[in-house]
Design a binder for this molecule. Structure first.
Ligand SMILES: [Zn+2]
Length: 216
């Protein structure tokens, strides 16, 4: 059967190693019957041989628009919504921004998009303060970040959107949608990668380039 693999991606062929179904039913007031089931499937990926348990459950009274029971699905270990970037291991483990990043990916693996959105906002704010010091308020930090050329005016709009998503999660009880979280993560990853890894790599790479001769 095809299923999600944390290493290989979605729709990958798996072998069903074991399957166990536990179901039951009950007649209410001798008039109608309700039923429910838990299905546990041990799956082994044919691509990378990793093993996981899929747990599905449904209840006859919890149905969708067409009247069919809604099947809830979860995995152990959790299905990874977003892979951690390969460069994460290059950052200092003790650095507070590294710790925040790890907490964000952990939140995503545990189906906590609001926490992830709040974390993205915390990372972006920490980056601004780390680079330019705390200007006192959030908007002053943002303006300084723009003035000093860390982001362009075009990027500022995207930056504000990502920050707003975190703000809405914190103050308005908003649960972000998957595509909104992906967008905020894309921005956060590109900023951290660019400001803390690419710039340092570029500087060390330039050192190896022979200087230009004056008569050329
Ligand atoms: Zn796999």
């Amino acid at each position: 059967m095809q299923d999600h693999c944390n290493h290989c991606g979605p729709g990958v062929n798996h072998d069903v190693v074991y399957k166990f179904t536990k179901s039951d039913s009950e007649v209410i007031k001798s008039q109608f019957e309700i039923c429910w089931a838990d299905i546990f499937t041990v799956l082994k990926c044919r691509g990378c041989n990793s093993v996981k348990i899929k747990h599905e459950d449904w209840f006859s009274e919890d149905t969708d628009d067409t009247g069919n029971p809604i099947v809830n699905k979860r995995y152990y270990p959790s299905a990874i919504f977003r892979k951690t970037p390969t460069w994460l291991g290059s950052l200092d483990n003790e650095w507070h921004i590294t710790k925040l990043l790890k907490e964000i990916y952990s939140a995503l693996q545990n189906d906590a998009p609001s926490l992830a959105a709040m974390g993205v906002r915390a990372v972006l704010e920490s980056v601004m303060i780390d680079k330019l010091g705390d200007q006192g308020t959030f908007s002053k930090n943002l303006n300084k970040f723009l003035e000093e050329g860390y982001i362009s005016k075009t990027q500022l709009v995207i930056f504000k959107d990502a920050l707003e998503l975190g703000h809405a999660s914190i103050h308005r009880g908003y649960i972000p949608k998957a595509d909104q979280v992906i967008f905020a993560l894309d921005l956060m990853e590109s900023i951290v990668h660019h400001l803390y890894l690419l710039e340092a790599q570029a500087k060390s790479s330039v050192k190896g380039i022979p200087p230009k001769l004056t008569n050329q």
